[in-house]
Ligand binder design. Sequence first.
Ligand SMILES: Nc1ncnc2c1ncn2[C@@H]1O[C@H](COP(=O)(O)OP(=O)(O)OP(=O)(O)O)[C@@H](O)[C@H]1O
Ligand SMILES: [Mg+2]
Length: 402
Amino acid sequence: MNTSNDPARKTKFGAAGNDAKYSGDANGMSVQEQSKSTSSASDRPIIEIKNVSKIYGGGVKAVDNVNLTVSRGEFFALLGPSGCGKTTLLRMLAGFETPSAGEVIIDGVDMSTVAPNKRPVNMVFQSYAVFPHMSVEKNVGYGLRMDGRPRGEIKQRAEEALALVKLAGYGKRMPHELSGGQRQRVALARALIKRPSVLLLDEPLSALDATLREAMQLELVRLQATVGITFVIVTHDQSEALSMANRIAVMNAGKVEQVAAPAQLYENPSSRFVADFIGKINLIDGKAARIDADRVKFEAPNIGAFDLPGHVEGAASLAVRPEKIFVSETKPTDPDLIVVRGEVGEVAYYGSFSNVFFHIGSGAPILADIGNVSRDIAEFTFKKGEEYWLHWRKSDTLVLPA
Ligand SMILES: Nc1ncnc2c1ncn2[C@@H]1O[C@H](COP(=O)(O)OP(=O)(O)OP(=O)(O)O)[C@@H](O)[C@H]1O
Ligand SMILES: [Mg+2]
């Protein structure tokens, strides 16, 4: 059994430095904060969204008093469930929708009277459309032809843009002669050729299969690092946002719930919604009472009462990520752990890890991610009905408002 599954075992600090992992070091600092400490104070955000709302005809409040800033060169993601207002916000940046209230400022200029084609932005649309009757080269050069640029310049810049997206030599092909991922890259090249300060990408990878999608995620990150353009990408895929972005804004029903660097968002979600939306999390319902400024007594019928870090009072949920939970046959005695007895229910095997649901009485089962870190199959096989001790660090626990 994987009692060897010590929390410190696989950190970059190794077993000896296990306290460093929990001490709120630079790991907890957002990319934003890190870059601030090295760059000059005169850096103005490239995008400022101030108190912006959008109410469509019929009274749909698609965007509700959003405030956001995006730094120059940042890879920024807007993440949220379908219909939460992501596309609407992006379209207001591009100038295809007018805010009902508030201000959009790009590179220090109020955009309220600036037409879409005069803005220093370019947008790749949710359903990325390449013109089917035009060659790749013609597709990519389209924007420059509309601007009346000389032919020689268009040809040269189209070649450059195609090289950037790794499609050098594909200029003469027609879109139907390309794979989905290649068409996607043509759409990107078409947006990049105008050298915008900001590239707006609305679900650019949603039409691709899982493998291509992962490859394109890496390519987008590489491309962004190469061209140094600010990217604002919309996605409803949380792993995509976590793996690609410097910072993520999580939206819910038109509002921004939280803005933070990926690791901050994952480890310090500010609400139940964010905790639940980003990754998997166990939420155990109970109630909290204040002990002092930073600690509460959390109590739930299934697991008992614990003194935990937190500020919530009244109805509350104890939140713990599945990978923070460890399993043993003997009961741990460390007072810094929360320990509960659980019975194995459903098990789902994923190769590198297994999802094991443990029943702990009447409440929702607790999900533990068990890393299959050895080839000994017996060591990582859980059978329905077996009982174990589940344990996790109190410091790996959050108490959130219910
Ligand atoms: N032109 C429109 N007229 C009226 N309502 C609209 C219009 N466009 C969008 N909406 C509504 O505004 C809300 C936000 O839509 P939006 O397209 O911004 O969502 P989204 O977050 O991009 O969703 P998805 O992930 O499904 O693309 C939805 O309730 C939608 O039905
Ligand atoms: Mg959308």
